[in-house]
Design a protein around this ligand. Structure first.
Ligand code: MV4
Length: 499
């Protein structure tokens, strides 16, 4: 059995730090890679070694297979952890690692390939007896035949790109008369985005909930699910609040969906940590949507309720070890919620908000976990993902997890950029969230931001005053900028609020 002694992390930000932390606990050495603007980023500081791999553009750095594989060879890393995004679901990269004699911490290239092609995935689910939305199994070849099927299943239908996923290249068709032109548009969009114009159709499910199951499998074929995450609070296919367990699943349904998820993973001979996504309708019918062949952003909520370290398990599995548990050993404890804190202005259509993070004080205390990839003083740019951190709260039940999250959101101090903290506070207090009756239309149904121009201007003014104070003092008090800000007691003015 190979022993992994050194891992190169082919990523940046919070997920790179997350992987480094588990490596340290396992006495595994770490290598960070970094682009020019990331030279002093937290993941570089935290790793044992680091390698410069190129310019800011991802194509020059974090997406460059050649540069990353040479960095691994040069530093003697025996494995690469891809994190999420970037090269994490790239079968060619997984194959290239293998050819270079480096362990790719993730599934085999074939499984990535299969699940990356949404039509192949549907065909596989048909064989594995996993339910999926009615529609065409394979990509449509004949538009007349496809229209007949659409007419038969009934409108609205969705035209989805075979190479798509995560909502990219999706088109809703309400009427048979619009079918041909929507298919043409979807095909051309798919061709542009993925270089692959194959599309298929699915019955459009209205107001579904998005529920996904965490899967973990070893090379021996032992496959276990680690319960579900409810991820229905999204905007433009970007998840914002996730929780585990879901409040709509009965123990029986959880068991049934968990089994379906395990069967989906087994069908592609899955190895490592993965996620099977389902949509669930008002009648609690569930349908396979796609499988994500990576560690996901929202994995901490699963870690909090199961007490497991998913990254440590990924490494053990990559070494060829057996899973240390069976399905019956897995028990859920309490309730966990994750809020993704983005540098986006939730009062202004979630516009990206860039600037220097003058203040970043993370909440702490019982049941609070923060995975951040940025530090106070660092600049938030448009080069990469605008996520500042993931704030998680764990409690004995859903009610206490919600209260804890609200307390933590209140404690969180960020200035310099506007954030989605107010949106998260809105969500966690909303009746439909509190009673657990929300679906994927939550944001569009309930969120109407009040653009408070006056307050916004006030805030901008304060930011610029603090900013100039910090600049003036930074020479004499290097590394002691925090003391410059005198905190007015009554008014939390440094906070990013629109209240
Ligand atoms: C759907 C759907 C309704 N019916 N498929 C969006 C992301 C991508 N993974 C698939 N998505 C959807 N597929 C059928 N047959 C509705 C969505 C969808 C959605 C899904 C999960 C979470 C949020 C969503 C927001 C809009 C649409």
């Amino acid at each position: 059995m190979p022993q992994i002694k050194k891992v190169l992390i082919a990523n940046r930000g919070e997920i790179a730090l997350r992987v480094i932390r588990s490596c340290k606990e396992k006495n595994v050495k770490t290598v960070a890679v970094f682009s020019r603007p990331d030279a002093t980023a937290p993941h570089v500081v935290a790793a044992d070694e680091s390698v410069f791999i190129g310019e800011a553009a991802s194509s020059e750095s974090y997406l460059s297979m050649e540069k990353i594989i040479s960095a691994a060879k040069d530093t003697g890393a025996d494995a690469i952890h891809p994190g999420y995004g970037f090269l994490s679901e790239n079968a060619v990269f997984a194959e290239k690692c293998k050819e270079a004699g480096i362990i790719f911490i993730g599934p085999k290239p074939d499984a990535i390939d299969l699940m990356g092609d949404k039509t192949k995935a549907r065909e596989l689910m048909a064989k594995a007896n996993v339910p999926y939305p009615p529609g065409t199994e394979s990509a449509m070849k004949d538009i007349d035949k496809a229209r007949e099927i659409a007419d038969e299943i009934g409108y609205p239908v969705l035209v989805k790109a075979a190479a798509g996923g995560g909502g990219k290249g999706m088109r809703i068709v309400h009427d048979s008369a619009d079918f041909d032109k929507s298919v043409k548009a979807a095909k051309s969009e798919a061709k542009n985005a993925f270089g692959d114009d194959r599309v298929y159709i699915e019955k459009y499910l209205e107001g579904p909930r998005h529920i996904e199951f965490q899967i973990i499998a070893d090379e021996q074929g032992n496959t276990v699910h680690l319960f579900e995450r409810e991820c229905s609070i999204q905007r433009r296919h970007q998840k914002v609040v996730e929780e585990a367990p879901s409040s709509v699943l009965t123990p029986e349904l959880r068991k049934e969906m968990g089994l379906a998820a395990v069967n989906a993973a087994k069908a592609c001979k899955y190895v490592g940590a993965g996620t099977v996504e389902f949509l669930i309708d008002k009648h609690l019918n569930f349908y396979f949507l796609e499988m994500n062949t990576r560690l996901q952003v929202e994995h901490p909520v699963t870690e909090l309720i199961t007490g497991l370290d998913l990254v440590a398990l990924q490494i053990d599995i990559a070494e060829g070890k057996d899973l240390p548990f069976t399905q019956d050993d897995i028990k859920a404890n309490g309730h966990a919620i994750e809020c993704r804190i983005y540098a986006e202005d939730s009062s202004d259509n979630f516009l990206p908000s860039t600037g220097v993070l003058h203040r970043h004080r993370i909440p702490a205390g019982p049941g609070v976990r923060v995975d951040a990839g940025v530090e106070e003083g660092q600049e938030v740019t448009i080069n990469y993902d605008p996520m500042i951190s993931k704030l998680c709260a764990h409690g004995v039940d859903r009610k206490s997890a919600i209260r804890r999250m609200l307390r933590a959101l209140d404690e969180y101090e960020i200035s310099g950029v506007r954030t989605t903290i107010p949106f998260c506070e809105f969500t966690l207090q909303h009746e439909s969230f509190v009673n657990g009756s929300y679906d994927t239309h939550f944001v569009q149904n309930y969120f109407t931001p009040v653009v408070d121009t006056l307050h916004k201007n006030d805030n901008q003014e304060v930011i610029s005053i603090v900013s100039s104070l910090l600049k003036g003092r930074s020479n004499e008090a290097e590394g002691n900028q925090k003391s410059v800000i005198a905190e007015p007691s009554a008014d939390n003015w440094w906070k990013n609020r629109t209240k």
